[in-house]
Design a protein around this ligand. Structure first.
Ligand SMILES: [Zn+2]
Ligand SMILES: [Zn+2]
Length: 151
């Protein structure tokens, strides 16, 4: 599959039967339908967020459209829960193929849904850190969180 942002082939990272596609260039992440729920469940995110992907508000799109890596239809912007005063807009396939996170957006979403539950947030972060450090990602350093790399 090609990255919706850079059109480069993405690589697959796998952990406990959840397979994600990630772009090594822009460090975006593609979740197929249900994968976000599976990951939330594995990572210990509270129950009320497990169906999050079906509860996102569609927004009017502006500017260039990214294309779904599965069906090539333009992705729709959707509003995800965000920290107070912040806004988090993800890209969702109109057919429900999946959800695209730009670099840093998964982290932002986790902060929003976990709120002040710092312990869970720390656990989820270390869990996802492990998830994202599979050896299939080239150039593997310890910098595998979805925080921006220094360039
Ligand atoms: Zn990319
Ligand atoms: Zn699609």
């Amino acid at each position: 599959m090609l990255c919706p942002v850079c059109s480069q082939p993405m690589v697959i990272v796998e952990f406990q039967n959840v397979e994600l596609d990630t772009c090594v260039d822009c460090r975006g992440l593609w979740f197929d339908a249900q994968e976000l729920s599976q990951l939330f469940e594995l990572a210990g995110v509270p129950h009320q967020y497990h169906a999050l992907e079906s509860q996102l508000d569609r927004l009017p799109h502006v500017g260039a459209r990214r294309k779904c890596p599965r069906c090539r239809r333009p992705l729709e912007p959707v509003r995800a829960p965000a920290r107070r005063g912040a806004e988090l807009i993800l890209d969702e396939c109109p057919r429900g193929d999946g959800l695209w996170f730009d670099q840093g957006e998964l982290s932002a979403l986790l902060e929003a849904v976990l709120g002040d539950d710092v312990d869970t947030l720390r656990n989820v972060r270390s869990y996802l850190g492990e998830f994202l450090t599979t050896k299939q990602v080239p150039g593997g350093t310890n910098d595998t969180s979805d925080t921006p790399p220094r360039t």
